[in-house]
Design a binder for this molecule. Structure first.
Ligand code: ADP
Ligand code: MG
Length: 701
């Protein structure tokens, strides 16, 4: 009905929940079930059960103490039960009049004083009982369960549920359920099925759905990977005596074995005329920046441009300074420069930089997402490097990859194609993403299946392990003593206050108070304050005092800006550590221990505020300093959402499958996906369409 009248409230709510197609409704599975198939005798009820009884009202009256409430007593012939209503319309008294016979449903509680229920639901007794469990769906206020149930029933009856998975693969999974049967079953299970197997998704019908879902994910990722492989990019080979070699020679250190290995993987990608799509992961401090700079050198050697993007100006500037230090002396004799682009730049400076970028004189462009704005025109961008990739949005990453490139467009095929080009693919820059949050293997295999991954699994030598201490907030004085001791040795200290997103004001009060307190406690020491709402120039001024060593203590709310490299800092104090995520804590801890000095991280926690998850996070921090182990535990504690960063905004998270328990289904889907794309492309398309609808393009970012 394209000409439909304005949508009703429940219809609007359906759309909001993404339940627009019949298949969406069919795949909207119950969170739980209610058993309305049986009438229970009170004598057989158990404390805490949700039960349905049929009983006659024997007494009903309003009492006023301790609170106004309507109290009714009912009798089902086996026992009696007291019903309590704390809010009620006068009409309720009529319905619950003595002698009325009702079907009553609610959570039953029993003690010495007999059974009672608070705010049960009820209707007239008699009438047929349903023959399957009643599904309860996740919904919103504007969408009543009854409406949603009907919508699901009709969606289920109309949806196209033809088989998309080749029979031999279903057999391999030991799967006897068809999709239709599985859905029918899960929406309306018979009363005798063990509820636990439905609720923990271990029932075979659930297995079928999880397999389907994982297959859709693998298909869409593999498809995007293949589309990607049809694109073209300039291919580079290492130049003897070129910039790459020169950069290696001027570095004040030897590369670690791991850095050399990943450098080789990246160089191999750059040697192919297909755009690289690689994630470089390595723990904080593992030395990703220099690997990125070496990759840039390869492209610059061949006469192309590189862009390096960081999520904040502070980080971007840090890269900029380092890269200038390393590269500028080498670029200058070639007539090349490093350009700098950020949002807060003055117009004049900015246009000068834009010109450098457009003319190609800037071989390397460093900045924030300003680098990918429309009017930034590269002469010939060959390599885009994104630091802290998970902090960028999907759209921003897509924008970078599709950055128009005048030279490639104008000059046709890229120079030095080492391999024959496949078809008439579009030309794109190579893409290298960097992240300090390692992705656990199961995630890499599922959500990031379209990415190649390189891992730096070794820290540069000479790092002293950071000692982690858990200290109650009531012992702040001791912490201040430790700070004093560090300062006396010429060291510097970070003090991080939590960012409470709902309340910037509160953050600020908290950080300001701490700043004040430390300033008073440490006379003669420069104590700085950095918070999220400060204008960028002010932030920069504070940061430069700290990196320059004039500032002894830096109090900060802006966790992300602390992604800086100050080797002289030896103590990290994290206030309200219980409020931070595990990966965040690990990242913060990684800011110290970068120099030779013995370093420590103090996790301050508020007494009595430690919940179960907070406790397990802090425990993990105490027990391990290994980024991979931390990531694994974080996945365990929080589920995959946090790792995906921006991916989760566009790409649906797996709704049904759980990577922790469904690894065998994931393996199965990984094996099947290429077979389907090769031999059953129509079925593959039908399958992804069914599961992902229009959302699949987001998975490619
Ligand atoms: P991250 O991987 O967290 O981005 P950085 O690239 O900022 O780490 O490197 C952390 C510090 O280690 C920097 O000061 C960098 O110059 C230094 N570094 C990098 N590689 C090595 C190495 N092989 N040996 C010694 N120091 C190194
Ligand atoms: Mg870094």
């Amino acid at each position: 009905m394209p000409e439909a009248k304005a949508l009703s409230e429940p219809q609007k709510a359906l759309h909001k929940l993404g339940l627009t197609r019949d298949i969406d409704l069919a795949l909207h599975l119950p969170m739980r079930y209610e058993d309305e198939t049986r009438i229970v005798k009170l004598r057989d009820a158990r404390d805490g059960d949700t039960v349905q009884i049929e009983a006659t009202v024997t007494d009903s009256h309003v009492v006023y103490r301790p609170r106004r409430q309507l109290v009714a007593t009912v009798d089902d012939g086996s026992d009696t039960c007291v019903l309590r209503f704390f809010s009620f319309y006068p009409s309720l008294q009529k319905v619950l009049a003595r002698g009325a016979t009702l079907r009553i449903r609610g959570e039953i509680r029993g003690g010495f004083a007999g059974w009672h229920m608070v705010h049960p639901t009820f209707r007239a007794a008699g009438g047929p009982l349903p023959d399957s469990l009643t599904p309860v769906y996740s919904s919103v206020a504007a969408l009543p369960q009854a409406y949603l149930r009907k919508a699901v029933v009709s969606g289920l009856s109309r949806a196209d549920l033809t088989e998309t998975i080749p029979a031999e693969y279903l057999a391999r999974l030991g799967e006897a359920w068809t999709l239709r049967d599985a859905l029918q079953f899960l929406h309306h299970p018979p009363p005798d099925v063990p509820l636990a197997t439905l609720e923990d998704h271990t029932h075979p019908a659930w297995q079928r759905l999880k397999a389907e879902e994982l297959l859709a994910q693998q298909l869409s990722q593999l498809q995007s990977k293949r589309e990607h492989e049809r694109l073209r990019a300039p291919a580079f080979s290492l130049v003897q005596g070129g910039l790459h070699e020169q950069l290696l020679a001027v570095l004040p250190f030897q590369l670690t074995h791991a850095q050399r290995r990943v450098g080789g993987e990246i160089a191999a990608d750059l040697g192919k005329p297909v755009p690289m799509h690689r994630l470089l992961q390595g723990d904080v401090g593992s030395g990703k920046t220099v690997v990125a700079a070496l990759a840039a050198a390869i492209a610059i050697d061949a006469g192309w441009q590189c862009a390096l993007m960081a999520p904040t100006e502070i980080l971007a500037e840090q890269h900029f300074r380092k890269l200038i230090g390393w590269l500028e002396p080498l670029l200058a004799p070639r007539g090349l420069r490093v350009a700098w682009l950020t949002g807060s730049q003055r117009k004049k400076e900015r246009s000068a930089m834009l010109e450098l970028v457009a003319s190609g004189e800037a071989a390397l462009v460093v900045g924030t997402h300003a680098v990918i704005q429309e009017h930034v025109q590269f002469k010939q961008l060959a390599l885009a490097i994104i630091d802290e990739q998970h902090r960028f949005g999907v759209e921003q990453r897509l924008a970078l990859r599709s950055k128009p490139n005048s030279a490639i467009a104008a000059n046709g095929p890229p120079p030095t194609p080492a391999l024959p080009l496949k078809g008439e693919g579009e030309c794109q820059p190579h893409l290298l993403m960097m992240s300090a949050t390692p992705i656990p293997r199961t995630l890499a295999m599922s959500y990031y299946a379209d990415l190649d991954v390189s891992t730096i699994d070794e820290l540069p030598p000479g790092r002293t392990p950071v000692v982690t201490k858990l200290i109650a907030d009531s012992r702040r004085d001791e912490v201040v003593d430790r700070i004093r001791a560090q300062l006396a040795q010429g060291r510097q200290v970070y003090w991080v206050c939590p960012l409470i997103e709902e309340s910037e004001a509160l953050d600020l009060t908290n950080a300001t108070a701490t700043h004040q307190q430390l300033t008073e406690a440490l006379p003669g020491v420069v104590v700085g304050l950095l918070h999220s709402r400060m204008p960028v120039p002010e932030k920069k001024a504070v940061m430069s005092l700290f990196t320059g060593g004039q500032m002894g203590v830096l109090v900060s709310t802006t966790v992300i800006e602390v992604g800086v490299d100050v080797p002289n800092a030896s103590l990290m104090v994290i206030e309200h550590a219980e409020r931070f995520g595990l990966s965040q804590l690990h990242q913060l801890r990684g800011r110290v221990g970068r120099g030779a000095a013995a370093s420590a991280c103090i996790l301050l926690y508020a007494n009595g505020a430690l919940g179960e998850t907070a406790r397990s996070r802090l425990k993990a921090m105490m027990e391990t300093a290994d980024g991979f182990e931390i990531a694994r535990r974080d996945l365990e504690i929080r589920g995959p959402g946090e790792f995906l960063g921006s991916r989760q905004s566009g790409a649906p998270l797996l709704r049904f499958a759980d990577l922790a328990t469904d690894a065998h289904l994931l393996e199965w889907a990984r094996r099947l996906a290429p077979v389907m794309l090769d031999r059953h492309p129509a079925l593959a398309a039908q399958h992804t369409g069914r599961w992902l609808g229009g959302k699949s393009q987001y998975l490619k970012a």
